[in-house]
Design a binder for this molecule. Structure first.
Ligand code: T3D
Length: 269
């Protein structure tokens, strides 16, 4: 039996999904897209999951689209019709990027090695990117005559500003994890030896925090990009009004007053 294209592991409330095509640097085929979508859907539906970690098997995180996949590989025959790359984006990359942005729990990209093309932007679309020091990020699109996709045109300028976004996207150079941390593209770069522990510790911490408030924080920060200051303040007020009714708020305040650690359950308010 062939090995699963996405490996699944559960430790406490942390669900780890590992892209598993190491020989092709975990690049996306249609089948791997389908497997990842199914596993994200399963994680969404499982109330025992309070944090998802996305990572890659072997030496890469993900090299983006599998350029040999018949669904997208250019057909060089003289009378061939162009492959429907736009259709692939609509069917697979767009739903994947949207799903990550709407997950009911925090999502960490644990970038264990090279993240190229859509693989880089898949990582950047997660809530937090932790990269091993030996990992790297490449906006590889310009090297093959394409533009950034999987959310790259939206994410890059918001993360690092227009100047850095254009430099990264036009030149397509390899950016080390250390540089990525320095310019604010990712949350953290950690030594390879400490990487697995750092990912698990951060994931466990997130899993023990008030899940609903974390997810609302993500949504509010994203929404604020398109709001004026006064509107953002009002939106924050609306959210606080909603969250003071939550069990996690009552627990957080009770724990503070009693000088004990809180036990958040992440339940709906
Ligand atoms: O086209 C559409 O559908 C639109 C959607 C586009 C989304 C995109 O992601 S476009 C960008 C696609 N990705 C790339 O262009 C990256 C291609 N890969 C690379 O540039 C390099 O492999 C890396 C810089 C990522 C790593 O380089 P290196 O030297 O460490 O490894 P390598 O030797 O190049 O690759 C190792 C193997 O993985 C190799 O196979 P082999 O020779 O051992 O049998 C290589 O062909 C394979 N591989 C790596 N990336 C891909 C791939 N095979 C298919 N597709 C890949 N993207």
């Amino acid at each position: 039996m062939s090995e699963a294209l996405v490996l699944v592991a559960q430790e406490g409330a942390v669900r780890t999904l590992t892209l598993n095509r190491p020989k092709a640097l975990n690049s996306f085929t249609t089948a791997m897209h389908e497997a990842l979508a199914a596993e994200l859907k399963a994680a969404e539906a499982d109330t025992a999951v309070r944090c998802v970690v996305l990572t890659g098997a072997g030496r890469a995180f993900c090299a983006g689209q599998d350029l040999a996949d018949p669904a997208v590989a250019p057909n060089l025959a003289p009378d061939a019709r162009p492959t429907d790359v736009g259709g692939v984006i609509e069917r697979f990359y767009k739903p994947l990027a949207l799903r990550l942005r709407a997950m009911p729990v925090p999502v960490i990209a644990a970038v264990n090695g090279v993240a190229a093309g859509a693989g880089a932007n898949l990582a950047l679309g997660c809530d937090m990117v932790i990269a091993a020091r030996s990992a790297s990020f490449i906006q590889a699109f310009s090297k093959i005559g394409l533009v950034p996709d999987a959310g790259g045109t939206w994410l890059l300028p918001r993360l690092v500003g227009r100047a850095q976004a254009l430099g990264l996207a036009m030149l397509g150079d390899k950016l080390s994890a250390e540089q990525a941390e320095r310019i604010g593209l990712i949350w953290k770069c950690v030594d390879d030896a400490a990487f697995a522990d750092e990912v698990q510790t951060t994931a466990s911490r997130l899993a023990g925090l008030p899940t609903r408030a974390l997810v609302a924080t993500r949504a509010a920060i994203d929404a604020a990009q398109d709001l004026g200051f006064a509107e953002a303040l009002s939106h924050e007020g609306d959210l606080q009004r909603r969250f003071v009714a939550s069990h996690d708020y009552l627990e957080g305040v009770a724990a503070f007053m009693a000088k004990r650690p809180p036990r958040f359950d992440g339940a709906p308010e």
